[in-house]
Ligand binder design. Sequence first.
Ligand SMILES: NC(=O)c1ccc[n+]([C@@H]2O[C@H](COP(=O)([O-])OP(=O)(O)OC[C@H]3O[C@@H](n4cnc5c(N)ncnc54)[C@H](O)[C@@H]3O)[C@@H](O)[C@H]2O)c1
Length: 264
Amino acid sequence: MTLNTNGIASDVASNVAGKRILITGGASGIGAASALLLASRGAKVVIGDLAEEMGAAVAKQGQDAGNSIVFKKVDVTSGDEVRALFDFAVETLGGLDVVINNAGIDHKPAPMHELSDDDFDRNIAVNLKGVWHCMRAAVTCMAPNGGGHVINVASIAGLRSAPLLTAYSAAKHGVMGLTKSAAHEYARVNIRFNAVCPSFIDTPMVRNTMANMNERVQQATIKASPMRRLGEVDEVSGAIAWLASDESSFMNGHAFTLDGGMLA
Ligand SMILES: NC(=O)c1ccc[n+]([C@@H]2O[C@H](COP(=O)([O-])OP(=O)(O)OC[C@H]3O[C@@H](n4cnc5c(N)ncnc54)[C@H](O)[C@@H]3O)[C@@H](O)[C@H]2O)c1
């Protein structure tokens, strides 16, 4: 067995060596784990994130392990900043094979009628319009260059109800609509669109959401999965790495659930 610099068995892992990959929200949680895993398997990675210090630290961690990974600040709510990020990525990597739209936020759990305008608008701006900004930029880069693969990190909240998280759920259902429709529209120019739909994964975002729940709701959240636990970031990043490889080549417009069986 061949081990790479991170101790991962590179001869059995999904092959992403040489893939040019842009990932948003790569400074923390699922995005950071995915960026580091992909880079450790030989992908060339650009991270875009609002969090400058954390993003630079993730890139340095990957570079210190001998991998190709750089950071650029972006706010995905700005179409202009997203375009600048994609220009930077194309210039740095020489093109883009895979784009992972992962940047996202939660909101304080609240009954739908008590949600503030700010919470609702911010969720749509980051979790839905931000993804659309990146999908649009990805098509512009990929269509003239033979195609590529766009992976949107949605949620099971984009497939089913998410009580007390209605703005988040509305945005993630919107991401599913974008993913499925774009998959149809752009198959002819060889651009695939798929979504990853995790349930609760142990990340700073979920720790923040759960801190705003009482003990009873916290326990109900954990026990909602038949596996009676939160998922780990590595359990999502491994699936993202497989999707980013050519092994997923006939998957298009799909919602890839990672939920311990919650939707079963
Ligand atoms: N953790 C879960 O349980 C879970 C479940 C389903 C889906 N998701 C989705 O996974 C993705 C990653 O979430 P996570 O749990 O790793 O959260 P996280 O908070 O650890 O990471 C999210 C990252 O997105 C960045 N970000 C936020 N707003 C941004 C903006 N406007 N522009 C650029 N970057 C921005 C943050 O700085 C952060 O680095 C999100 O889209 C989230 O909705 C998470």
